[in-house]
Design a protein around this ligand. Structure first.
Ligand SMILES: C[S@@+](CC[C@H](N)C(=O)[O-])C[C@H]1O[C@@H](n2cnc3c(N)ncnc32)[C@H](O)[C@@H]1O
Length: 310
């Protein structure tokens, strides 16, 4: 089912003020919610392919790691059907409220939400507060699959994240990641120094917040060290003309994050104006293209624990 990108999130907004939320570097405001929805629709085909490859299907029990407002969780719930379940873990209560409302609206009672900080809390296997699904139904042996997209790049300790994912999976369960392996491939062509400066500023701000944009360079080793077997690895890079819907992904990211950087005091207003001016100019040139930052798809299987030899 295609993702509905209408303003339903806005219409369901009640009291929460994003400035009081447990924020992440890109914010939890309406524009970011909308951007995440659009982003999911643009990446949906690649995502479905990864989920199939990892064996997610009817009846699967899946945990969405750092689910955001849950666009992937909603698709996962459709995919696993009424006999499966989806646990959306996320630090932002605001994002989870939006997801709960949308899951109710779509009649998807198999989605549970769990407000945790993955750097401080373990992923619960059962007994989630407010859960419509009892622990017995999900089983205490662990999830069949964990989906993690653009979250490992923001956490301070990705090895801990991998360990938490391992602890949440059953033996034989799949960990699926879409994370950047080469953020520097994100570029506007013909080259413009303003766009290059913006892309460098993004990496800098993620690193300043304790994250690492190119986290997929080290995830495979972390997974092997944590007892996973690497099932498949696939780099994904894309190119967009100004007329392609995909153009609005890298361009929209600039339009939302330039003001965010100015708001956070990371860059000046004059800088913001020059970057957005260069983007507007590029958009009027039919020869312009965006190359997207390269994502590495990683599918890793948790090895069964060997029985202790006596
Ligand atoms: C770029 S968004 C991606 C959201 C979602 N995975 C998707 O692909 O649409 C990153 C998400 O990770 C969440 N996040 C970052 N650090 C976290 C942490 N330590 N614990 C829980 N969630 C975290 C943020 O709140 C945000 O919702």
């Amino acid at each position: 089912m295609p993702i509905d990108r209408k303003d339903w999130y806005k219409s369901r907004m009640s009291t929460p003020d994003p400035r009081n939320d447990r924020d992440y570097v890109l914010g939890t405001h309406d524009a970011e919610v909308e951007r995440l929805g659009f982003q999911h629709s643009i990446w949906r085909e690649e995502v479905l392919r990864a989920w199939m490859e990892a064996g997610i299907g009817l009846g699967s029990r899946v945990v969405d790691i750092g689910a955001g407002p849950g666009f992937a969780s909603l698709d996962l719930a459709e995919l696993v059907g009424p006999t499966g379940s989806v646990l959306a873990t996320e630090r932002s209560g605001r994002f989870l409220k939006l997801l709960t409302a949308e899951a109710r609206r779509r009649g998807l009672p198999t989605i549970e939400t769990c407000e945790i900080d993955l750097m401080h809390d373990a992923i619960p296997l059962q007994g989630v507060h407010g859960s419509p699904i009892d622990g017995a139904r999900r089983g205490s042996t662990g999830f069949d699959a964990a989906w993690c997209r653009w979250v490992a790049c923001f956490v301070s300790d990705p090895a801990l994240l991998v360990k938490r994912i391992s602890a949440a999976l059953r033996p034989g369960g799949a960990a699926i990641f879409h994370e950047y392996v080469e953020y520097g491939s994100y570029q506007l062509l013909p080259p413009r120094h303003e766009a290059k400066e913006f892309i460098e500023a993004v990496s800098e701000s993620w690193r300043a917040g304790g994250g690492e944009p190119n986290i997929a360079r080290v995830l495979p080793k972390m997974l092997v060290d944590a007892g996973f077997e690497l099932k498949s690895l696939r780099p994904i890079a894309r190119a967009a003309r100004t007329t392609d819907p995909l153009w609005n992904w890298p361009a929209g990211f600039m339009r939302i994050n330039v003001p965010r950087m100015v708001e956070l005091g990371v860059r000046s207003e004059a800088w913001g104006r020059s970057v957005l001016g260069a983007l507007d100019e590029a958009e009027r040139d039919p020869a312009s293209i965006f190359i997207t930052p390269t994502v590495l798809e990683i599918i890793a299987i948790k090895r069964p624990t060997l029985p202790i030899q006596r």
